[in-house]
Design a protein around this ligand. Sequence first.
Ligand code: SF4
Length: 328
Amino acid sequence: MVTVGIPRALFYYYYFPLWRDFFRQLGAEVVLSAPTNKKIVNQGVALAVDEACLPVKLFYGHVVDLIGKVDMIFLPRLVSTARKEYICPKLMGLPDMIKASGIALPKLIEVNIDMSKSDRALKQAALALGRYFTNNELRILRAWNLAKFSQQQFEYLQADSGQLALEALELWNGESDYPRLQRQEERPRIGLLGHGYNIYDRYISMDLIQKLQKLGAQVVTAENIPADIIEEEAARLPKRMFWTLGKRQIGAAFHFLKRPDIIGVIHVASFGCGPDSLVGELIERHMRRAKTMPFLFLTIDEHTGEAGVVTRLEAFWDMISWRDAQCR
Ligand code: SF4
């Protein structure tokens, strides 16, 4: 059986159920790179260009981790996942950067995903991907429809059942079982903003979600908010945000500001991220203007020390818990 490697980085945190089930339906065995660890970070940092943000550097490390373990590595070029919107330029150029890095790569599964002009581009991309395994279009489309169903379930678990992507993914990749996926009991809620590949990666986020949960918080992320609410909230910006991931953060931030059950908001941004510098500024400005929501901004890169993050987190938690108690 042919083995397909999927790096546990970047869009793994958004689309793993789709890709996993698609490749499986086409007869492949899917292998994930190991959870991020020091070796993967060091390999990524050593290979990537200095200007790359931490998530992109990490992606290199995850690709290297798969070498020798799989026949092919999935390396899509994500240009756009929605009409008139774009993913960040670094992700568009990622396959070129990986191929130019000098790494001895196995066969790559490459595809261009650009839905900026039409949703039909996704079906074309699925057909192109499927042809790596079979020329039977019916079989490819059947596999695609089943995979889309898995993706819908994954998104439903987050947006409608309040499940965090991290735990839902552990279920999908077999590292957890269903009982762990029960809803958290009612606790003070913190809105956590940030790209999925930062906040759900336990190593680079320094277990931020687990730390908040240990302090007694229930964490709510942008992925826990239905897409129509994100759209509606982001549309309040005077100018349309055409960066998909940025729009998601802005929409979630505006939504958190309206929710009386959210007692504080934390925004995690990547050092060296162009879109984050704009989006972070916008979010901070709106939070400060509203004057009602305690707000903490954290920037992470490969040098960020855990002790500093813990200190700031605990101080923030003490402050908002005290404030919440005063307001009751
Ligand atoms: S959006 Fe920012 S963090 Fe994400 S890949 Fe692009 S530059 Fe990096």
